[in-house]
Design a protein around this ligand. Sequence first.
Ligand code: UGA
Length: 441
Amino acid sequence: MKNIAVIGAGYVGLVLAACLSELGENVICVDKDKRKLEKLKKCKVHFYEQELSELIKKNMKDKKLEFSECTDYAVRKSEIIYIAVGTPSKDDGSVELKFVYDAITDIANSMNGYKIIVNKSTVPVGTGTKLKETIKKRLKERGKKYEFDVVSNPEFLREGSAVYDFMNPDRIVIGTNSERARKVIRAVYNAFDNKKVPFIFTNNESAELIKYTSNCFLAMKIAYINEIANLCEKVGANIQHVANGIGKDHRINSKYLQPGPGFGGSCFPKDNLALVRIAKEYGEEVSIVDQVIKSNEKQKLRMILKITNIMGKNLVDKKIAILGLTFKPNTSDMRESSSLVIIPKLIDCGAYIQVFDPEGIDEAKKYFNGLEHSIKYCGDEFEAVSGVDAVIILTEWEKFRNLDLELLRKNMKGQYFFDLRNVYERDQVEKCDFSYIGVGK
Ligand code: UGA
């Protein structure tokens, strides 16, 4: 059993802290946001993520997980310190590293012996080396000669299935030149040995680049299938058959081949921008990644055209129901969701919008602040479709996969059914007197 500090109680930090304590470690999770901490101390998580609250409750009760606002206390007590703070995009697409450097300075101020600092935040290549220099400098100022190592250990969990993903990783990447740190961090993940999880041992730089390359590759797959879906609509092909046809090739595989209204979330959009920036700084071009960003922006706008081509550009006096607001199902996260582009544009065209999302409504209200006169927030899908001319599925929540289509149609005025996540088959929907419009079919 090891003492571990996790700096940052955001998505990654909280899941990490809860899961490490579940694996048997003693974990102190630190955050500077007092309101967040007050909630966490009462086992309440400030966002929706299945299994997470239960895991936190259980491990707090077993005294394996505690929350604190005091980095000093956590660092002094722990040999391993994970950094899991946000690295948002700046306006120019570069990565804001302020929170990482704040954390590293706090750690260096409190070090009282050998420490392994493990970075989980997504950071530009070379950051690990710069963090080492920052610690060295601060220790020198303090007149201390403690040994330490910095390890890059990127996280690949997805929101909505974060606990499952953490506990069932495809691989674990450990980036460090220190044999001592490698052994200790490898041992943290001993619990995964029976799952035969592959370990990739490498240096900091490669580990940092693996994270970006992985996210940008997945984003590229989505952008590619979206463009092929658009072509399918022109040539009379069906994207689901095409995706199935290529996905069966093991070299391609069928994951991340679902076309839709463009990818969103706190990672893919930000990481694509960052990779372009990083390459530029080193005089290189990742033009494919650049194209993925443009293609994704276009895809969101294309969804609006899809709607206005059928319903007309003037949507005054038209009511539209939107089912799903979050960037993907099973999360309350609205960051970079395509709904943030599509809904305001429809309102610009004059439409009145009735929305329902199983977990995202409270969060959505913050983003659509000022648009209250044109948006009605509804308690369920039936209220949302009441009297509307069209319904649009924007996020594929499980709930929306099993809609009572006949009842839905009865509640609506018009017949348009825009299935922007290809949840339904055309026949199934048109049988209930709808006009079906999917993506790429
Ligand atoms: C992504 C990566 O999948 C994780 O491996 C990574 O750890 C995480 O970013 C991160 O860097 O923290 P996440 O953003 O939570 O995870 O969600 P994804 O499930 O990957 O979906 C991202 C977006 O792509 C969503 O908007 C989703 O709707 C869209 N998507 C995904 C598609 O449009 N089609 C697909 O086939 C798959």
